[in-house]
Design a protein around this ligand. Structure first.
Ligand code: CTP
Length: 406
């Protein structure tokens, strides 16, 4: 179950043209399984109709008039108490100032003052307003009190001016919302290193040897670990996937670079290492520093084996007392379980996640995966076809179990 599934998200929207993007945000949250209730300020309702939010959430939209309705005395308290998270997106400089000062002059600011849940603010304002000392001081005050912020970003504003004040895109905001919901999860205070993607072993400045890995499974695992509250380092080859939020992302090209980064991050007190990357097993012996011309022909590219990252970590393990979960993958086209068992033993893993890459509906490049979990004590858990997100949650559950086990 996704971190958003069944969560009660109160979405406050204020008077910014960026409010149209909040409709997309409300839609994404709803599609991810959250119950989204919207509070609109009067200024927000001048930009878009409440019906737009109601249409995408299927839930109530509270407007300023509701503050003066029959149930008003309980409404703001009820809203603020029942929510798992209050997200104010977009949030104007005015609303930030009111919340910083504890003013409660509309339904949204009253709710913010009464709220018992965490608050996440995504500011949106014209260039210059965010950097003004008044706004900067209000933001600093709220941060000190534990209010979370997502953005604003640098870029072009509706006025045509450019600067810091641009509303964060909903796709990125989703990452911040997940982080806010998960930050006190079971992996709070724990460090998890995740690898993702294929690998690029250069032949010359233009050409390289790579593989079919899309990076989707590794990225989903990194996100699931953030959802569980972990501090995540994602070490990845260039995948073209959107850069995830709230984790340290380290881009590498070659197997050797990945080895160096994995070793460094693991030595820095990691509690878990999940190697989802399809690391190159071979690399060209000679890399031409000039583009090889067609007329000269390639001849043969001589290859040499790369170092096995998991095998290196297995050697280091006695010096890494924090490291409780080392999880590898085994992508096989034949003798799936036999080969996976061999890797489990050879790489001294706590768990190997094995999948058959010949299946057309699962594995490389597609959104689903069908995996088998193999443990050192011989236990085998064969899972049905699942989305890569579901596989990621399952793998992270296993990591949690290994890390927290006494
Ligand atoms: N792996 C690694 N270092 C490498 C190659 C692979 O740490 N140089 C990791 C992968 O990230 C994966 C696991 O080892 O978690 C198994 O990778 P896989 O390619 O299936 O196995 P190999 O050991 O490369 O064996 P083979 O190519 O014979 O299947």
């Amino acid at each position: 179950m996704s971190i958003l599934s069944g969560k009660n998200i109160l979405l406050g929207v204020t008077g910014s043209i960026a409010v149209y993007k909040a409709i997309d945000l409300a839609s994404r949250l709803t599609q991810a399984g959250a119950n989204v209730e919207v509070i609109m300020t009067s200024a927000a309702a001048k930009f878009v109709s409440p019906l737009a939010f109601k249409s995408v959430t299927g839930k109530g939209v509270y407007k300023e008039e509701d503050l003066w309705g029959g149930e008003a005395h309980v409404l703001h308290v009820g809203l603020g108490h029942g929510a798992d998270l209050l997200v104010i997106a977009p949030c104007t400089a005015n609303t930030i100032a009111k919340i910083a000062y504890g003013l409660a002059d509309n339904l949204l600011t009253i709710t913010a003052l009464a709220a018992q849940c965490p608050i996440l603010i995504a500011p949106a304002m014209d260039a210059g307003m965010y950097e003004k000392p008044a706004t900067a001081a209000n933001v600093a005050t709220l941060m000190e009190r534990g209010v979370l912020f997502a953005g604003p970003e640098d870029g072009r504003m509706a006025s045509g001016l450019a600067g810091k004040g641009r509303f964060m895109e909903p796709s990125k905001l989703m990452g911040h919302i997940r982080h806010a919901l998960g930050m006190n999860g079971p992996l709070k205070g724990k460090k998890i290193v995740v690898t993702a993607g294929g690998s690029r072993e250069a032949i010359d400045p233009v050409r390289y040897i790579s593989n079919r890995s899309s990076g989707k499974q590794g990225y989903a695992i990194a996100q699931a670990a953030v959802d569980a509250g972990a501090a995540v380092t994602l070490i990845t080859h260039p995948t073209g996937l959107p850069e995830p939020e709230n984790m340290l992302v380290i881009q590498v090209d070659t197997a050797a670079e990945m080895l160096a980064e994995v070793e460094k991050a693991t030595r820095e007190g990691a509690h878990g290492l999940i190697m989802a990357a399809a690391v190159a097993d071979f690399t060209p012996v000679n890399v031409s520093d000039q583009k090889i011309k067609k007329r000269d022909g390639f001849g043969q590219v001589q290859l040499t084996p790369t170092e096995d990252i998991l095998a290196r970590i297995a050697l280091l393990r006695p010096t890494l007392p924090n490291l409780k979960a080392v999880i590898g993958f085994a992508a096989e086209s034949q003798n799936l379980l036999e080969n996976a068992r061999e890797k489990l033993a050879r790489k001294k893993l706590d768990l190997v996640v094995a999948n058959d890459i010949t299946a057309s509906d699962a594995g490389f490049g597609v959104d689903d995966n069908r995996v088998n979990l193999l443990f050192p004590d011989g236990i085998l858990d064969s899972l049905p076809l699942m989305s890569k997100e579901q596989v990621a949650e399952t793998v992270v559950q296993q990591a949690i179990h290994l890390i927290l086990k006494k």
